[in-house]
Ligand binder design. Sequence first.
Ligand code: AVI
Length: 340
Amino acid sequence: MLDREAQKAMPTARDRYTLLAQSHEAFSDNFANDVRTGLTASPKYLLCRYLYDAQGSKLFEEICHLPEYYLTRTERHILADHADEIAQLFGEEVALVELGSGSASKTRLLIEALLRHRSKLRFVPVDISLSILEESSQALLEQYREVEIAAIVGQFHDGLARLNKIVACPKLLLFLGSSLGNFERQEAIRFLELVHEVMTEKDRLLIGIDLRKHPSILEPAYDDAQGVTARFNLNLLARINRELEGNFNLAGFRHRAVYNAEAGRMEMYLDSLCDQTVPIHRLALDVHFTEGEAIHTENSYKYSLAEIGALAEAAGFGIERQWLDAEKRFSVNICRPLPK
Ligand code: AVI
C-alpha cells in the first residue's frame, strides 16, 4: 500500500485529464443549417455525422456488438494479433491519437501494448460526442495510471488543427472502424492529405478499412435482425425533433440498407411510408414527402486492396504493413508518410 506522501504525489485521474472543446453554438448552428440544406434538396439527404448525438453514439456502440456487424470484432482480432508488433515501431516516447475514438474499446489493445515497454503514455482522443468522450476517458484514466489524456471534442479537422500544439513527440494516429468509409472517395483522399500535413516522418497512421465483399454479408451488417441499425438511423429524425422542434412521426419512416456494387458502398435511407408534411418549427420549415420518397442518410464505402494502395499513394503515404483476417473481410493498414 502507498504511504500518504506517495499518494499525495500521485496525479489523480482529474490531474491527468484535459478537455479541449469546440463551442456548442458552432455545433448547433451547423446542424440547423445542414438539416435545412439536406431536407430542401432533391433528392433529400442528411449528413451522416449527425447520427452521433448521445443517443446515436449509444446505439452505434450496440451495433458494434451485433453478430451481423462483423467489422468491429474482425478489426479487434487483427489488432490483438499485431498490437505488440505495432508498438515496436516506436521508441520510448510516443503519443497515441485517435480520430473518432467513440468508446475507445479497441484502443485498449494498443494502449496496453505500448505500456508494456513504456512508463507513460499521452492519449489524445478526438470525437464529436462529448458524453462518449468524457465517459471513455474517465474509464481509461481509472484503468491506466500511466496514461494522461488530452481529449478534443469536435470534428476531425478541428482535432488535427490542434494536434501539434499538444503533442511534441512521435505519434501513432488511429483511424479505426472503417470510419474512412463514411467519406466520399475523393473526400477520403483530402482527409488523409490533411492528416499527412500534421505528420512527421517518425509518425505512423493506422487505418482500419472494410473490404469489398458480397452483399449477402454486407446488407445484414447494415440491417440487423434486432433492428438496432434501424433505430440508429431513425434517431436522426428523433434528433431533429429534440433539437429543432421537428414533428417527425418515426412510425411514418422505414430504415433501408442496400449495397451499390458499382460504387462499392453500402447506402442507408429513411423511406417515407406515406404522403406527409413534417413541420420543423425552429427552421420555420415544412418538409413534404411523397409515399416511398427517401432521405439518404449514409454511405459506407468498401475498398479493394488495390483501391487501398491507390488511396494511400494519392494522399502521400506508403503502406508499411497490412493485415487481413482469414476471411479477407477487413484490413488494418500502417501508413508511413512519404517525404513531402
Ligand atoms: C462509423 N461507421 C464506420 C459505420 C459504418 O459501418 O459505416 C457506421 C454505421 N452505419 C450503420 N452501421 C454502422
